[in-house]
Design a protein around this ligand. Sequence first.
Ligand code: KIV
Ligand code: ZN
Length: 517
Amino acid sequence: MTSQSNTDRVYIFDTTLRDGEQSPGATMTLEEKLQVAEILDTMGVDIIEAGFPIASNGDFEAVATIAKRAKNAVICGLARAIPADIDRAAEAVRFAKRGRIHTFVSTSPIHLAHQMRKTEDEVLEIVTKTVAQARNLVDDVEWSGMDATRTPLEFLARCTEAAIKAGATTINIPDTVGYSTPEDYYQLINDLITMVPNSDKAIFSTHCHNDLGLAVANTLAGVRAGARQVECTINGIGERAGNAALEEIVMALRTRADAMPYHTAIESTHLSRASRVVSAAANFPVQYNKAIVGKNAFAHESGIHQDGMLKNASTYEIMTPESVGIKSTSLVMGKHSGRHAFKEKLKDLGYDLADNQFQEAFQRFKDLADRKKHVYDDDIIALVDDEMGSGADRIKLVDMSVTSKTGGVHRCELKVAVDGAPVDVSFDGTGSVDAIFSAIKAAVEAEPHLVLYAVDGVTGGTDAQANAHVRLEMNGRIASGNATEPDTLVASARAYLNAYNRLLVERGAPAQGALAG
Ligand code: KIV
Ligand code: ZN
């Protein structure tokens, strides 16, 4: 057992709801953000970056509501180095038991020359003014030097010193473009802590992007060099290739405490559920071989591995599935399972559904069990995630019929409900899916561009449910949709509608024709 002192403690700053939500297509509704925030707060995240309050009224409302509800975590709002941004962030976090403003400005020569068009001296003055403004509004201020890893050390050190002098208590050193190597990043954090005269008055923080697949390695190098806050996201979602994955950092520190004697306050048994909730809310599938939370992370396929596992799990497992919240249950579900068994199963899988969500999910489970002999955990997870991800959709599929003929016509007759009102259309296409998507476009009177369409099976077998993913783009915005159904074509139609509904979310726009042009 490692002894745990305060200096070994690493604070987890989760930015799933800010940097994570900036992933193309990962837009979440308010309800989904609240659900994600609740699990982050429960699992022991120290600071939740809940959004960018000036970005939109939706973002402001999300940060303010999360600030009101959070029981444990510090709630943080992001602000550019602009007075109006900082005021807005302060307004949003003022409801929190403990609120933080995170303000950032670019520091690298590339950003100064091409984006900011400012000199180093001008940037230094901005740092002092904006941090002081934030510090007049809240006690807890974080400052970030954007593109810090491509900034000359001497200038970054002067900015850091100025930020601390103006009242910043956390200094974040972002590897904004994911350019660093672990050696570079270790050296940078170590140099800053050593050479900035007032560095002992702030906590240093990592914020590493994953463009070269090094985000977690760089983060851990930063911790070894003295950083005591790490910025990360569930499933590693975030701008471009994403951010350092929270679950990987937490489990690396836990599993290799011998090499990295630091600890976090995260209750790791929540990790698997947090991953599923974020994946469903952001409509972002988790790759099968993703460390810690991927479907295959604890699966053993080869004969030699299976043989070893049967003899002793430690032969091929460095951590247990239970330690990240994967439970092996023996409760088999089928058409004779009742409400009580279904509720127990959901509890086992880590779901806590509201009454109406439970009723809907139970009904869908019964329908599925009528058609499918074995209902596996993965079927139930897919079904519940689908229910949670599409419950708020304004446009819903009511009925659909597709006829197809080899070398002939493919026709879709479709009925959707738009804010409750029925709309009927029929459309011919070059194939069944083309006919369905064209019919939907006709029904909603809009022409979103299809960026991605993919279908996979939830489990094996011809009676497996189909999981369809659709990504749409319209007027520069991207949204993803998912749906799980026993029928591939119905899943495809519902995934398309789910993505379109998400395109509507931010605009508060009328459901039909809203996104045309
Ligand atoms: O990657 C980055 O530089 C950021 C800042 C806003 C901290 O996300
Ligand atoms: Zn970032």
